[in-house]
Design a protein around this ligand. Sequence first.
Ligand SMILES: Cc1cc2nc3c(=O)[nH]c(=O)nc-3n(C[C@H](O)[C@H](O)[C@H](O)COP(=O)(O)OP(=O)(O)OC[C@H]3O[C@@H](n4cnc5c(N)ncnc54)[C@H](O)[C@@H]3O)c2cc1C
Length: 423
Amino acid sequence: MKIAVIGFGAAAVGFLKEVDPSNDVVVFEMNKDIFSSSISGIRADGKLFVSSEMGGDLEEILYDKKLQKDIVDYYSKLSETEPEIGSRENIEELEKQFFINGFKLVESEFFHIGTDKLKIFLKNAHSEFSQKGIKFKFNSFVKDIEVSNNIKIIYLDRENREEHEEYFDKVYIAVGRSGFKLIDTLSKKYPDIILSNTKVDLGVRFELPDIVVKELNDALYEFKVKFKSSNGQLVRTFCNNPSGYVVTEKYSDFITVNGHAIHDQKSTNTNFAILVTHSFTKPFNDPNGYGSYIAKLSNILAGGDKVILQTYGDFKKGKRTKKLWKVFPTLNQNEYVLGDLNLVFPSKTSQSLVEFIDNLNKIIPGIADEENLLYGVEVKFYGKKLDNNLFENLKFIGDCSGHTRSIVHATAHGILEARKLKN
Ligand SMILES: Cc1cc2nc3c(=O)[nH]c(=O)nc-3n(C[C@H](O)[C@H](O)[C@H](O)COP(=O)(O)OP(=O)(O)OC[C@H]3O[C@@H](n4cnc5c(N)ncnc54)[C@H](O)[C@@H]3O)c2cc1C
Protein backbone atom coordinates (compact mmCIF):
# COMPACT_ATOMS: atom_id res chain seq x y z
CA MET A 1 0.00 0.00 0.00
CA LYS A 2 1.24 3.52 -0.82
CA ILE A 3 1.03 5.60 2.37
CA ALA A 4 1.81 9.27 3.02
CA VAL A 5 2.54 10.75 6.45
CA ILE A 6 2.31 14.55 6.57
CA GLY A 7 4.68 16.03 9.18
CA PHE A 8 7.59 14.47 11.06
CA GLY A 9 6.79 15.01 14.75
CA ALA A 10 5.83 12.80 17.69
CA ALA A 11 2.76 11.20 16.05
CA ALA A 12 4.78 10.36 12.93
CA VAL A 13 7.50 8.79 15.12
CA GLY A 14 4.92 6.44 16.68
CA PHE A 15 3.40 5.58 13.31
CA LEU A 16 6.74 4.98 11.54
CA LYS A 17 8.10 2.91 14.45
CA GLU A 18 5.11 0.58 14.20
CA VAL A 19 4.15 0.54 10.49
CA ASP A 20 4.70 -2.64 8.52
CA PRO A 21 7.79 -2.05 6.31
CA SER A 22 6.16 -3.89 3.38
CA ASN A 23 4.16 -0.67 2.76
CA ASP A 24 5.57 2.07 0.56
CA VAL A 25 5.71 4.99 3.05
CA VAL A 26 6.64 8.62 2.24
CA VAL A 27 6.95 11.38 4.88
CA PHE A 28 6.36 15.01 3.82
CA GLU A 29 7.95 17.53 6.21
CA MET A 30 7.86 21.27 5.59
CA ASN A 31 11.19 21.93 7.32
CA LYS A 32 14.53 21.51 5.63
CA ASP A 33 15.75 18.61 7.81
CA ILE A 34 14.86 16.44 10.81
CA PHE A 35 16.20 18.97 13.37
CA SER A 36 14.57 22.22 12.21
CA SER A 37 11.28 23.52 13.69
CA SER A 38 11.15 25.01 17.16
CA ILE A 39 7.40 24.46 17.33
CA SER A 40 7.53 20.83 18.34
CA GLY A 41 8.29 19.21 21.69
CA ILE A 42 10.42 16.52 20.07
CA ARG A 43 12.87 19.27 19.11
CA ALA A 44 12.72 21.35 22.31
CA ASP A 45 12.84 20.18 25.92
CA GLY A 46 11.33 16.69 25.64
CA LYS A 47 9.51 16.17 28.90
CA LEU A 48 7.72 12.84 28.85
CA PHE A 49 5.04 11.85 31.30
CA VAL A 50 3.13 8.75 32.28
CA SER A 51 -0.29 9.70 33.63
CA SER A 52 -3.95 8.84 33.40
CA GLU A 53 -4.94 12.49 33.97
CA MET A 54 -3.30 14.51 31.21
CA GLY A 55 -1.79 14.61 27.75
CA GLY A 56 -4.88 13.89 25.70
CA ASP A 57 -8.40 12.50 25.80
CA LEU A 58 -8.17 9.10 24.09
CA GLU A 59 -9.06 6.50 26.71
CA GLU A 60 -7.10 3.71 25.03
CA ILE A 61 -3.97 5.82 25.67
CA LEU A 62 -4.87 7.48 29.02
CA TYR A 63 -5.46 4.16 30.77
CA ASP A 64 -2.65 2.17 29.12
CA LYS A 65 0.31 3.03 31.33
CA LYS A 66 2.39 0.21 29.83
CA LEU A 67 2.06 1.76 26.37
CA GLN A 68 3.04 5.17 27.81
CA LYS A 69 6.03 3.70 29.69
CA ASP A 70 7.20 1.80 26.58
CA ILE A 71 7.19 5.13 24.70
CA VAL A 72 9.30 6.77 27.44
CA ASP A 73 11.76 3.86 27.17
CA TYR A 74 11.88 4.21 23.37
CA TYR A 75 12.71 7.95 23.55
CA SER A 76 15.30 7.35 26.32
CA LYS A 77 16.96 4.54 24.36
CA LEU A 78 17.18 6.45 21.09
CA SER A 79 18.38 9.64 22.81
CA GLU A 80 21.10 7.55 24.50
CA THR A 81 20.35 9.16 27.85
CA GLU A 82 19.06 8.55 31.34
CA PRO A 83 16.13 10.99 31.73
CA GLU A 84 16.02 13.39 34.70
CA ILE A 85 13.25 12.52 37.18
CA GLY A 86 11.77 13.83 40.45
CA SER A 87 12.45 11.99 43.76
CA ARG A 88 8.69 11.99 44.64
CA GLU A 89 9.67 12.51 48.29
CA ASN A 90 7.05 14.03 50.60
CA ILE A 91 4.50 13.86 47.82
CA GLU A 92 1.48 13.18 50.04
CA GLU A 93 2.15 16.26 52.17
CA LEU A 94 2.56 18.40 49.04
CA GLU A 95 -0.66 16.99 47.61
CA LYS A 96 -2.47 17.88 50.84
CA GLN A 97 -1.08 21.44 50.90
CA PHE A 98 -2.19 21.99 47.30
CA PHE A 99 -5.63 20.57 48.04
CA ILE A 100 -6.37 22.71 51.10
CA ASN A 101 -5.32 25.85 49.22
CA GLY A 102 -7.67 25.28 46.28
CA PHE A 103 -5.34 23.43 43.88
CA LYS A 104 -5.45 19.97 42.39
CA LEU A 105 -2.05 18.31 41.93
CA VAL A 106 -2.17 16.27 38.73
CA GLU A 107 -0.94 12.72 39.20
CA SER A 108 1.97 11.93 36.89
CA GLU A 109 5.50 10.55 36.55
CA PHE A 110 7.92 12.80 34.61
CA PHE A 111 10.99 11.99 32.56
CA HIS A 112 13.05 14.85 31.13
CA ILE A 113 15.19 14.17 28.04
CA GLY A 114 16.51 17.72 27.28
CA THR A 115 16.81 19.76 24.09
CA ASP A 116 20.43 18.65 23.54
CA LYS A 117 19.63 14.91 23.78
CA LEU A 118 16.59 15.20 21.50
CA LYS A 119 18.99 15.86 18.62
CA ILE A 120 20.50 12.39 19.21
CA PHE A 121 16.99 10.91 19.35
CA LEU A 122 16.01 12.53 16.01
CA LYS A 123 19.19 11.33 14.31
CA ASN A 124 18.72 7.75 15.55
CA ALA A 125 14.98 7.64 14.78
CA HIS A 126 15.51 9.00 11.26
CA SER A 127 18.21 6.43 10.60
CA GLU A 128 16.02 3.58 12.01
CA PHE A 129 13.11 4.60 9.76
CA SER A 130 15.32 5.10 6.68
CA GLN A 131 16.74 1.60 7.17
CA LYS A 132 13.14 0.34 7.24
CA GLY A 133 12.74 1.77 3.71
CA ILE A 134 10.71 4.86 4.66
CA LYS A 135 11.35 7.82 2.34
CA PHE A 136 11.54 11.43 3.55
CA LYS A 137 10.69 14.52 1.53
CA PHE A 138 11.95 17.59 3.40
CA ASN A 139 11.17 21.19 2.38
CA SER A 140 7.75 19.86 1.31
CA PHE A 141 4.88 21.97 2.60
CA VAL A 142 1.52 20.25 2.07
CA LYS A 143 -1.00 22.90 1.00
CA ASP A 144 -4.08 20.86 0.26
CA ILE A 145 -5.51 17.37 0.07
CA GLU A 146 -8.32 15.98 -2.07
CA VAL A 147 -10.19 12.88 -0.95
CA SER A 148 -11.63 10.37 -3.43
CA ASN A 149 -10.90 6.64 -3.98
CA ASN A 150 -7.28 7.50 -3.61
CA ILE A 151 -5.93 10.71 -2.10
CA LYS A 152 -4.25 13.59 -3.91
CA ILE A 153 -1.61 15.56 -2.00
CA ILE A 154 -0.74 19.02 -3.28
CA TYR A 155 2.57 20.24 -1.91
CA LEU A 156 5.04 23.03 -2.37
CA ASP A 157 8.69 22.14 -2.87
CA ARG A 158 10.12 25.07 -0.88
CA GLU A 159 13.64 24.65 -2.22
CA ASN A 160 12.74 24.90 -5.91
CA ARG A 161 9.51 26.86 -5.36
CA GLU A 162 7.52 24.38 -7.41
CA GLU A 163 4.08 22.92 -6.77
CA HIS A 164 3.62 19.13 -7.13
CA GLU A 165 0.83 16.57 -6.84
CA GLU A 166 1.11 12.96 -5.74
CA TYR A 167 -1.48 10.17 -5.19
CA PHE A 168 -1.65 7.74 -2.23
CA ASP A 169 -3.91 4.88 -1.06
CA LYS A 170 -3.90 6.15 2.51
CA VAL A 171 -2.81 9.43 4.14
CA TYR A 172 -2.00 10.13 7.81
CA ILE A 173 -1.99 13.82 8.67
CA ALA A 174 0.41 14.44 11.59
CA VAL A 175 1.03 18.19 11.32
CA GLY A 176 0.69 19.03 15.03
CA ARG A 177 -0.47 22.45 16.18
CA SER A 178 1.87 24.32 13.82
CA GLY A 179 -0.03 22.73 10.93
CA PHE A 180 -3.27 24.59 11.70
CA LYS A 181 -3.33 26.15 8.18
CA LEU A 182 -3.72 22.77 6.51
CA ILE A 183 -6.34 21.74 9.09
CA ASP A 184 -8.25 25.02 8.47
CA THR A 185 -8.17 24.41 4.70
CA LEU A 186 -9.48 20.85 5.13
CA SER A 187 -12.14 21.79 7.67
CA LYS A 188 -13.51 24.44 5.31
CA LYS A 189 -13.61 21.91 2.50
CA TYR A 190 -14.97 19.03 4.62
CA PRO A 191 -16.85 20.76 7.52
CA ASP A 192 -18.21 17.42 8.81
CA ILE A 193 -14.75 16.46 10.10
CA ILE A 194 -15.05 19.02 12.93
CA LEU A 195 -16.50 17.57 16.14
CA SER A 196 -15.89 20.64 18.33
CA ASN A 197 -13.88 23.83 18.47
CA THR A 198 -14.31 25.83 21.68
CA LYS A 199 -11.14 26.51 23.66
CA VAL A 200 -7.78 28.29 23.75
CA ASP A 201 -5.33 28.66 26.67
CA LEU A 202 -3.72 32.08 27.20
CA GLY A 203 -1.31 33.21 29.87
CA VAL A 204 2.29 33.92 30.77
CA ARG A 205 5.64 32.23 31.18
CA PHE A 206 6.62 32.80 34.82
CA GLU A 207 10.29 32.91 35.84
CA LEU A 208 11.85 32.95 39.29
CA PRO A 209 15.06 31.86 41.04
CA ASP A 210 15.53 28.08 41.44
CA ILE A 211 15.99 28.48 45.21
CA VAL A 212 12.31 29.42 45.68
CA VAL A 213 11.00 26.21 44.10
CA LYS A 214 13.89 23.82 44.81
CA GLU A 215 11.87 21.53 47.08
CA LEU A 216 9.10 21.20 44.51
CA ASN A 217 11.52 20.69 41.61
CA ASP A 218 13.43 18.00 43.51
CA ALA A 219 10.28 16.11 44.44
CA LEU A 220 8.34 16.34 41.21
CA TYR A 221 10.61 17.78 38.47
CA GLU A 222 7.41 19.00 36.80
CA PHE A 223 4.59 20.20 39.04
CA LYS A 224 1.22 20.35 37.36
CA VAL A 225 -1.58 21.97 39.31
CA LYS A 226 -5.07 23.17 38.41
CA PHE A 227 -7.04 25.95 40.08
CA LYS A 228 -10.46 27.53 39.60
CA SER A 229 -10.42 31.33 39.90
CA SER A 230 -13.30 33.30 41.45
CA ASN A 231 -14.61 34.25 37.98
CA GLY A 232 -14.86 30.55 37.09
CA GLN A 233 -11.85 30.32 34.74
CA LEU A 234 -9.64 27.24 34.97
CA VAL A 235 -5.96 28.10 35.52
CA ARG A 236 -3.10 25.60 35.37
CA THR A 237 0.67 25.32 35.34
CA PHE A 238 2.34 23.78 32.32
CA CYS A 239 5.87 22.80 31.31
CA ASN A 240 8.00 23.49 34.41
CA ASN A 241 11.70 23.89 33.59
CA PRO A 242 14.04 23.70 36.60
CA SER A 243 17.31 25.55 35.85
CA GLY A 244 15.85 26.23 32.41
CA TYR A 245 15.60 28.98 29.83
CA VAL A 246 12.76 31.09 28.45
CA VAL A 247 12.58 31.14 24.66
CA THR A 248 10.34 32.66 22.02
CA GLU A 249 8.24 30.58 19.64
CA LYS A 250 7.88 31.99 16.12
CA TYR A 251 4.64 31.34 14.25
CA SER A 252 4.17 32.64 10.69
CA ASP A 253 2.66 35.96 11.81
CA PHE A 254 3.21 36.31 15.57
CA ILE A 255 5.64 35.44 18.36
CA THR A 256 4.84 33.83 21.71
CA VAL A 257 6.88 32.63 24.69
CA ASN A 258 7.82 29.16 25.81
CA GLY A 259 10.48 27.53 27.96
CA HIS A 260 12.83 24.58 27.91
CA ALA A 261 15.65 22.98 29.85
CA ILE A 262 18.92 21.56 28.61
CA HIS A 263 20.29 18.31 30.03
CA ASP A 264 23.95 19.44 30.20
CA GLN A 265 23.65 23.24 30.58
CA LYS A 266 21.82 24.84 33.50
CA SER A 267 20.63 28.34 34.43
CA THR A 268 19.81 29.43 38.01
CA ASN A 269 16.14 30.14 37.23
CA THR A 270 13.03 27.99 36.96
CA ASN A 271 10.29 28.83 34.47
CA PHE A 272 6.80 27.46 33.92
CA ALA A 273 3.65 28.54 32.08
CA ILE A 274 0.53 29.75 33.90
CA LEU A 275 -2.33 29.28 31.48
CA VAL A 276 -5.95 30.40 31.70
CA THR A 277 -8.47 28.40 29.69
CA HIS A 278 -10.77 30.59 27.57
CA SER A 279 -13.95 28.74 26.56
CA PHE A 280 -16.37 30.13 24.02
CA THR A 281 -19.92 29.38 23.01
CA LYS A 282 -21.91 30.08 19.83
CA PRO A 283 -21.90 32.19 17.71
CA PHE A 284 -18.12 32.54 18.23
CA ASN A 285 -16.21 29.62 16.78
CA ASP A 286 -12.64 30.79 16.26
CA PRO A 287 -10.69 30.32 19.54
CA ASN A 288 -7.41 29.98 17.62
CA GLY A 289 -8.08 33.34 15.92
CA TYR A 290 -8.73 34.87 19.37
CA GLY A 291 -5.44 33.50 20.75
CA SER A 292 -3.52 34.67 17.68
CA TYR A 293 -4.93 38.22 17.97
CA ILE A 294 -3.94 38.47 21.63
CA ALA A 295 -0.43 37.23 20.78
CA LYS A 296 -0.18 39.72 17.90
CA LEU A 297 -1.31 42.54 20.20
CA SER A 298 1.56 41.77 22.60
CA ASN A 299 4.01 41.88 19.66
CA ILE A 300 2.59 45.20 18.40
CA LEU A 301 2.98 46.77 21.86
CA ALA A 302 6.53 45.40 22.07
CA GLY A 303 7.48 47.10 18.81
CA GLY A 304 6.75 44.41 16.25
CA ASP A 305 8.63 41.17 16.70
CA LYS A 306 9.21 40.90 20.46
CA VAL A 307 7.38 39.75 23.57
CA ILE A 308 6.57 41.74 26.73
CA LEU A 309 8.35 41.26 30.06
CA GLN A 310 6.95 42.62 33.33
CA THR A 311 7.62 42.06 37.03
CA TYR A 312 4.82 40.49 39.05
CA GLY A 313 4.60 43.57 41.32
CA ASP A 314 4.07 45.90 38.34
CA PHE A 315 1.58 43.51 36.75
CA LYS A 316 -0.53 43.60 39.93
CA LYS A 317 -0.32 47.40 40.12
CA GLY A 318 -1.06 47.88 36.39
CA LYS A 319 2.24 49.73 35.85
CA ARG A 320 4.70 49.38 33.00
CA THR A 321 7.97 47.79 34.21
CA LYS A 322 10.92 50.10 33.63
CA LYS A 323 13.79 48.20 35.25
CA LEU A 324 14.71 44.86 36.82
CA TRP A 325 16.99 44.41 39.81
CA LYS A 326 16.50 41.07 41.63
CA VAL A 327 15.51 38.41 39.10
CA PHE A 328 17.27 38.39 35.75
CA PRO A 329 15.70 37.01 32.58
CA THR A 330 17.10 33.99 30.76
CA LEU A 331 15.49 35.17 27.49
CA ASN A 332 17.87 37.08 25.18
CA GLN A 333 17.65 40.80 25.76
CA ASN A 334 16.89 41.54 22.10
CA GLU A 335 13.75 39.36 22.18
CA TYR A 336 11.72 41.24 24.83
CA VAL A 337 10.62 44.75 25.77
CA LEU A 338 9.77 45.80 29.35
CA GLY A 339 6.07 46.67 29.31
CA ASP A 340 2.60 46.18 30.76
CA LEU A 341 0.70 42.95 30.06
CA ASN A 342 -2.52 44.51 31.36
CA LEU A 343 -2.73 46.26 27.97
CA VAL A 344 -2.83 42.83 26.33
CA PHE A 345 -4.99 40.55 28.47
CA PRO A 346 -8.73 40.93 29.12
CA SER A 347 -9.19 41.99 32.78
CA LYS A 348 -10.69 38.63 33.80
CA THR A 349 -7.54 36.86 32.53
CA SER A 350 -5.30 39.19 34.56
CA GLN A 351 -7.52 38.64 37.60
CA SER A 352 -7.26 34.84 37.26
CA LEU A 353 -3.46 35.01 36.93
CA VAL A 354 -3.11 37.15 40.08
CA GLU A 355 -5.43 34.89 42.13
CA PHE A 356 -3.48 31.85 40.99
CA ILE A 357 -0.05 33.29 41.88
CA ASP A 358 -1.17 34.73 45.24
CA ASN A 359 -2.77 31.45 46.30
CA LEU A 360 0.27 29.45 45.20
CA ASN A 361 2.35 31.69 47.46
CA LYS A 362 0.61 30.10 50.48
CA ILE A 363 2.24 26.77 49.59
CA ILE A 364 5.48 28.08 48.06
CA PRO A 365 6.44 31.34 49.82
CA GLY A 366 8.34 33.56 47.39
CA ILE A 367 6.28 32.67 44.32
CA ALA A 368 4.42 36.00 44.57
CA ASP A 369 7.60 38.05 45.07
CA GLU A 370 7.16 41.42 43.33
CA GLU A 371 10.36 40.94 41.31
CA ASN A 372 9.52 37.57 39.75
CA LEU A 373 9.05 37.80 36.00
CA LEU A 374 6.06 37.40 33.68
CA TYR A 375 6.61 37.04 29.93
CA GLY A 376 3.65 37.35 27.58
CA VAL A 377 2.00 35.90 25.97
CA GLU A 378 2.05 32.15 26.05
CA VAL A 379 -0.70 30.50 23.99
CA LYS A 380 -1.73 26.87 23.75
CA PHE A 381 -4.02 26.11 20.86
CA TYR A 382 -6.23 23.08 21.45
CA GLY A 383 -6.87 22.31 17.83
CA LYS A 384 -10.30 21.44 16.59
CA LYS A 385 -11.45 17.98 17.63
CA LEU A 386 -11.62 16.03 14.36
CA ASP A 387 -13.65 12.97 13.40
CA ASN A 388 -11.39 10.11 12.32
CA ASN A 389 -14.34 7.97 11.22
CA LEU A 390 -15.45 10.15 8.31
CA PHE A 391 -12.91 8.94 5.74
CA GLU A 392 -11.54 5.41 5.47
CA ASN A 393 -8.33 6.51 3.73
CA LEU A 394 -7.59 9.83 5.51
CA LYS A 395 -6.70 9.92 9.22
CA PHE A 396 -5.55 12.66 11.60
CA ILE A 397 -2.98 11.59 14.19
CA GLY A 398 -1.42 13.48 17.11
CA ASP A 399 -2.18 17.05 18.17
CA CYS A 400 -3.77 18.11 14.86
CA SER A 401 -6.57 15.61 15.57
CA GLY A 402 -7.46 17.65 18.69
CA HIS A 403 -7.27 14.46 20.79
CA THR A 404 -3.65 14.64 22.03
CA ARG A 405 -1.58 17.38 23.65
CA SER A 406 1.75 15.76 24.50
CA ILE A 407 4.67 13.82 23.07
CA VAL A 408 3.66 10.53 24.71
CA HIS A 409 0.01 10.72 23.65
CA ALA A 410 0.81 11.88 20.11
CA THR A 411 3.36 9.06 19.73
CA ALA A 412 0.86 6.55 21.15
CA HIS A 413 -1.82 7.77 18.70
CA GLY A 414 0.58 7.09 15.81
CA ILE A 415 1.39 3.62 17.17
CA LEU A 416 -2.30 2.68 17.59
CA GLU A 417 -3.23 3.83 14.06
CA ALA A 418 -0.33 1.85 12.56
CA ARG A 419 -1.48 -1.23 14.51
CA LYS A 420 -5.03 -0.87 13.10
CA LEU A 421 -3.51 -0.97 9.63
CA LYS A 422 -1.88 -4.32 10.40
CA ASN A 423 -5.18 -5.92 11.52
C1 LIG B 1 8.36 24.44 22.35
C2 LIG B 1 7.49 23.27 22.72
C3 LIG B 1 7.86 22.47 23.78
C4 LIG B 1 7.05 21.38 24.12
N1 LIG B 1 7.47 20.58 25.13
C5 LIG B 1 6.77 19.47 25.41
C6 LIG B 1 7.22 18.58 26.38
O1 LIG B 1 8.26 18.80 27.01
N2 LIG B 1 6.49 17.45 26.64
C7 LIG B 1 5.34 17.16 25.96
O2 LIG B 1 4.74 16.10 26.20
N3 LIG B 1 4.88 17.99 25.01
C8 LIG B 1 5.56 19.12 24.72
N4 LIG B 1 5.10 19.97 23.76
C9 LIG B 1 3.91 19.56 23.01
C10 LIG B 1 4.35 18.46 22.02
O3 LIG B 1 5.41 18.95 21.26
C11 LIG B 1 3.23 18.04 21.11
O4 LIG B 1 2.12 17.65 21.89
C12 LIG B 1 3.67 16.87 20.20
O5 LIG B 1 4.91 17.13 19.59
C13 LIG B 1 2.61 16.64 19.17
O6 LIG B 1 3.09 15.76 18.20
P1 LIG B 1 2.56 15.88 16.70
O7 LIG B 1 3.25 14.84 15.92
O8 LIG B 1 1.09 15.91 16.71
O9 LIG B 1 3.04 17.32 16.19
P2 LIG B 1 4.52 17.90 16.10
O10 LIG B 1 5.46 17.12 16.95
O11 LIG B 1 4.37 19.35 16.33
O12 LIG B 1 4.93 17.64 14.59
C14 LIG B 1 4.27 18.20 13.50
C15 LIG B 1 5.23 18.26 12.33
O13 LIG B 1 4.47 18.59 11.16
C16 LIG B 1 5.18 19.54 10.38
N5 LIG B 1 4.18 20.26 9.57
C17 LIG B 1 3.24 21.14 9.99
N6 LIG B 1 2.48 21.55 8.96
C18 LIG B 1 2.94 20.93 7.85
C19 LIG B 1 2.55 20.94 6.48
N7 LIG B 1 1.51 21.67 6.05
N8 LIG B 1 3.27 20.20 5.59
C20 LIG B 1 4.33 19.45 6.02
N9 LIG B 1 4.75 19.41 7.32
C21 LIG B 1 4.04 20.12 8.22
C22 LIG B 1 5.89 20.40 11.43
O14 LIG B 1 7.02 21.06 10.87
C23 LIG B 1 6.28 19.37 12.49
O15 LIG B 1 7.55 18.83 12.25
C24 LIG B 1 5.85 21.09 23.42
C25 LIG B 1 5.49 21.93 22.36
C26 LIG B 1 6.29 23.01 22.02
C27 LIG B 1 5.87 23.88 20.90
